[in-house]
Design a protein. Sequence first.
Length: 404
Amino acid sequence: MSEFTAQYPIVETVGALAVLLVLAFLANFLVKRVLLRVVEHLLSRTPLGQRPDIRVQEVNRRLANIVPAIIISSGIALVPHMPVAAITVVKNVANAFVILTLAMALAAAIDVGEAIYRRGPKASLKPIKGYVQIFKISIYAIAAILIIAALIDQSPLILLSGLGAMAAVLILVFQDTLLSLVAGVQISSTDMVRLGDWIEMPAADADGDVIEISLYTVRVQNWDKTITSIPIRKLVTDSFKNWRGMTESGGRRIKRAIHLDQTSIRFLDPEEIDFLHGFRHLTPYLDQKQEELRGWNAGLGDKGEVKANTRRLTNVGTFRAYVEAYLRNHPRIHQNMSLMVRQLQPGREGLPIELYCFTTTTVWRDYEAIQSDIFDHLFALLPEFGLRVFQDPVGSDFRQLGRQ
């Protein structure tokens, strides 16, 4: 046999290569089909392995690919009659594959760490996806340098020494990455945006909840269920509104006005005052106000005979007092936050009576229901005060004028 192989060395080389490949295949089979399954079975019995979003198995599967590469890298030198150049090429390629596999396994391990962190209570307050992405980019960048060094069979320090001259080019190439990283650090350190925050950014056509904060973008799910991606640096350079303060306060503001027809504003006569005394929210106000007006008017003496000199109750002032008393007795209006009913400057659209208060809930649907109920009641109650709501004339108004 030795004489035959001496005459035909290629046979000995091919045979040794076949043995080496069989050993690598068997090692791959044993690691992936036996050892890896045992490890995965053991992990499935732990809380970490029972969570589908935490893929620990990805780390094990990528590490398993290292074993056949190490066998080939170590055994290729033992193949007889193998050219030195071929041995060098095979070893370099195998070593480069090992480096790439280790980098991918490390990246998978980082993903596992992020998945574990996302399940924690502080994940929405301090998202780390941007940092994870920049860390993975760094890992792959280092791996790329080591792979190139392994393929050309040179020290990686030689490659690194040449990067100094390329620093300006690298900064230009990774400009967006660096700006996004700095913006992400600013947002995280100042707590500007968290996962789950409702933000409003008209310039980006975004109005909804933050569902993802990554290295480059912040993804917002708008109320119409569309997704808007905002460059993360825009949140630092441009203005936006974060509704988190409203949510944390426990109350949502109502700031809406009723526009009254100014021609319906007048003084109340005694019969109307007696009628309004029956409104339970107005009784304390009318008693106190009438006492105040009697004392004021009594001090006028003879001049009090002229009505223009006296102070009298008006329907709009009484209505404003009723609205404030109504809100202060409303069970769904927050009594520990700002509450007032005020007149705004009158104009072409009548006299605005603005309600400024806060509901006891921040849930959008409940808030709208509370606000609608309040204004339904007030609009229906306006005729009781002799007031009319202002609105532009419509076709029915012109038809009524035509009949007259």
